[in-house]
Design a protein around this ligand. Structure first.
Ligand SMILES: Nc1ncnc2c1ncn2[C@@H]1O[C@H](COP(=O)(O)OP(=O)(O)OP(=O)(O)O)[C@@H](O)[C@H]1O
Length: 306
């Protein structure tokens, strides 16, 4: 597949006085599944539009597949890109198949592809129904079929799982993995941090237009050194014994509520904590720091522009 790496070199974008993107530099490798996280107004959609060449940068350079988005040759590159915007335009009086055929014509893809795509996203039975009868999730699936037409080498998805049920979300990621298996580069935004955290290879956290953090989830976790939480249910009388049993472990915080104890500790102390509690343990759940925790730790609580 064509090289579809993305390079952003000190990119800024202002809308009048609003600095939507501030000095962002990052590389997304060919074949990578890359996540873009940030609160409302953090700059995610603007960054997408810069990478799609739909907006010119105020400063810096964006290259996709080695071609500057500002150059005339970028038109050729754009043909290999699939894009699902946050709100997919729908034509209520057309059927799903007709909408897809319209996009196939625009993308110069054979109309025969449309039936296969509708089957792939689970809309085969609804192909000839008009869009006004589609649920939000079905519209989202149709948008996804539109993106996949022509097997794009680079796929941008802005909040793609909005309106999808859990089964739809699982299907969606299966299809994305298939595209990634063919070598496609995928960039995806989501507000549902728990959903994206185990699925992307790397991610960037944007805060008020700046890169607040960039790396794999493991790297972000390691840098933040956030605690793991052990939620333990103990035998009768165990609540009172938990503190003394853990006293030899430094840096462990324990909250006791009857026979239930919640322990916050460094990842390296999980095994010693469990060993100390083992004689009185009934049940245990371990919660690792989520992307939400990381996000808050990286300053994601501010920078909301609206
Ligand atoms: N065309 C525009 N004109 C003026 N300001 C804009 C324009 N587009 C975006 N902005 C501003 O730039 C900032 C970043 O907006 P952007 O839409 O990129 O954020 P986002 O992270 O995608 O937000 P959301 O999660 O709400 O979609 C916001 O302050 C927004 O109001």
């Amino acid at each position: 597949m064509t090289n579809m790496s993305i390079e952003l070199d000190a990119v800024s974008k202002s809308f009048g006085p609003v600095e939507a993107i501030r000095n962002v530099s990052l590389n997304i490798a060919q074949g990578e599944m890359f996540g873009l996280i940030g609160h409302n107004g953090a700059g995610k959609s603007t960054l997408f539009k810069l990478m799609l060449g739909l907006l010119p940068a105020s400063a810096g350079a964006v290259r996709v597949g080695g071609v500057a988005t500002a150059s005339a040759q970028f038109r050729q590159v754009r043909r290999r890109i699939g894009y699902l915007p946050e709100s997919f335009v729908s034509y209520d009086n057309l059927s799903g198949l007709e909408v897809l055929q319209l996009f196939a014509d625009l993308k110069q893809v054979a109309r025969a592809e449309c039936g296969r795509m509708l089957r792939r996203v689970g809309l085969a039975d609804a192909a000839t129904r008009r869009l006004h009868t589609y649920s939000k999730g079905m519209r989202q699936r149709l948008g996804f079929a539109q993106v996949l037409l022509g097997d794009p080498a680079l796929i941008f998805l802005d909040e793609p799982t909005n309106g999808l049920d859990p089964e739809g979300i699982a299907d969606f990621y299966t299809i994305l993995r298939e595209a990634q298996g063919r070598g496609a580069t995928i960039v995806i935004t989501s507000h549902i941090l728990a959903e994206i955290q185990d699925r992307v290879d790397r991610l960037v956290i944007l805060d008020a237009g700046r890169v607040a953090a960039l790396g794999t989830l493991a790297e972000l976790r390691a840098r933040q050194v956030l605690p793991s939480h052990i939620d333990a249910q103990l035998l009768p009388g165990g609540g009172a014994k938990a503190g003394p049993a853990l006293a030899h472990l430094a840096g462990v915080t324990t909250i006791v509520d009857g026979e239930r104890v919640v322990i916050a500790c460094a990842a390296t102390l999980k095994a010693p904590v469990l060993a100390a509690l083992a004689p009185m343990l009934v049940d245990v759940t371990i919660r690792e720091p989520s992307l939400e925790d990381l996000f808050l730790g990286y300053g994601g609580t501010h920078g909301r522009a609206h």
